[in-house]
Design a protein around this ligand. Structure first.
Ligand SMILES: Cc1ncc(COP(=O)(O)O)c(C=O)c1O
Length: 422
């Protein structure tokens, strides 16, 4: 029934009737039963093709397949799996795209954050300020390294770290801030950087969700997110705006000394072959993933535009609805819409989520439990009040957002949401 509803909104349905009527008339069978069977088969085909997904990586792959397959074949035939030429080329191309001095590829976004914090020479018990409203990786690595996460509030509009909350979180042990560019839009980096400078703190940007986004300074000058703080971290998880076909990540910095240290840490703390100067780890982006990322990096701006177009359609449809708050557009940042996340007001969000699912429309809750309420941090005996964060966890709902969304699908999602709210 749900698929049938989804199916009904497509004009192919009506063309299908005409097409199949004609097809049946001209082919052998004229019985109504055969017509019905054939037509149901067509319905299934169309419904299958048009299934709405949160992220449609298969359709995206189909479009780059002619470039990807020869690359895979080439790498396989040369058995260039680790530290191959694609890694070096990707590193250079990403440096150019981001306009940053150093990119150090690594195994995933979580490693990128961990290695970055390791490079700062912090001591156990040092404090790192970070929002609680984020993916767990941001905060988990802080605790993993024996540091103390200090959770602060997010801005009620951007859902990114609220610079006004920083001074209350500052102690003599504070050493760093990890702002997160949530959903694809930059945190207020000017305010974060000026607080960090005044208090001699490092800034490590979690740019996993915002690669390609521009931060716009009050002077009008633009700079890519992830290149503003001391270090920026990103993830190439498949569903990310720049995603590979497995795990991948990268660290970027304009600081030569930090870059050297980061390279060393990511490679077993090795300064030269078999000389291990610091305790490090093994975190590499493999050659195959780097090659795929090179292909997708060339398309990143077009991918972002496709996401922005879909977001524009959602925005226009929901703008006037009082039960819905559309994603805020900060004047200090472009939005690359890793997620298109609504805030639902005076509505049972979970009910909407379920009703949409019953119509065949997936939606997600990023994030239902804030970090400061996660059991893994119980031993820190965290005692903080974060009302904006807490209320967001009950209000946010992310809609399907990817590069392959079709207008008919978006319209169907919009109609269904408005239906659920009536
Ligand atoms: C904000 C944020 N930080 C860090 C990560 C971790 O990236 P990865 O999954 O590549 O380890 C993610 C990935 O989902 C993320 O969304």
């Amino acid at each position: 029934m749900q698929k049938y509803e989804q199916f009904l909104c497509f004009k192919e349905y009506y063309f299908g009737i005409v097409f199949f009527y004609l097809f049946n008339s001209f082919t052998c069978s004229k019985s109504p039963l055969s017509f019905l069977v054939n037509y149901l088969y067509l319905c299934l085909l169309i419904v299958g093709m048009k299934k709405i997904q949160m992220v449609d990586l298969v359709s995206q792959y189909e479009k780059i397949k002619p470039t990807v397959l020869p690359l895979i074949e080439d790498i396989m035939s040369k058995a260039q799996f680790i530290n191959g030429p694609e890694v070096a080329a990707f590193k250079n191309e990403l440096q150019e795209y981001l306009d940053v001095k150093h990119v150090i590829p690594c195994a995933n976004g979580t490693d990128a954050l961990q290695i970055s914090l390791m490079s700062l020479g912090l001591k156990p018990g040092d404090e790192v300020i970070t929002p609680s409203f984020t993916y767990i990786a941001t905060t988990e690595v802080i605790a993993l390294l024996g540091l103390r996460p200090v959770f602060v509030e997010v801005d009620p509009n951007t859902f990114c770290i609220d610079p006004k909350s920083l001074s209350a979180a500052l102690t003599s042990k504070t050493k760093a801030i990890v702002p997160v560019h949530l959903y694809g839009q930059s945190a207020n980096m000017e305010a974060v950087m000026s607080f960090a400078k005044a208090n001699n703190l490092y800034v490590v940007e979690d740019n996993a969700q915002a690669i390609g986004s521009d931060y716009i300074f009050s002077s009008g000058e633009k700079q890519k997110t992830g290149t503003i703080g001391d270090i920026g971290c990103t993830s190439f998880f498949p569903s990310k705006n720049l995603g590979c076909f497995g795990d991948g990540g990268a660290i970027c910095t304009n600081n030569d000394a930090l870059a050297e240290k980061i390279k060393m840490i990511a490679n077993h703390g090795q300064s030269k072959k078999y000389h291990h100067d610091v305790v490090g780890c093994n975190s590499r982006l493999d050659n195959l993933q780097a090659g795929i990322l090179r292909i997708k990096l060339r398309k990143l701006d077009a991918y972002i535009q496709a996401r922005q177009k879909a977001a524009g359609m959602y925005d226009a449809a929901f703008l006037e609805n009082k039960q819905i708050t559309i994603p805020f557009r900060s004047s200090n940042s472009t939005h690359v819409f890793h997620q298109y996340t609504l805030k639902l007001n005076g509505v049972n969000r979970d009910e909407v989520h379920e009703k949409l699912a019953s119509k065949g429309i997936p939606s997600m809750i990023y994030y239902p439990i804030p970090a400061h309420k996660q059991k893994m941090f119980d031993h820190f005996k965290i005692d903080c009040s974060l009302p904006v964060t807490d209320s967001l966890t009950t209000q946010v709902l992310s809609l399907p957002m990817h590069t392959e969304l079709e207008e008919e699908q978006i319209n169907f999602i919009i109609e269904s949401i408005l239906d659920c709210l009536n």
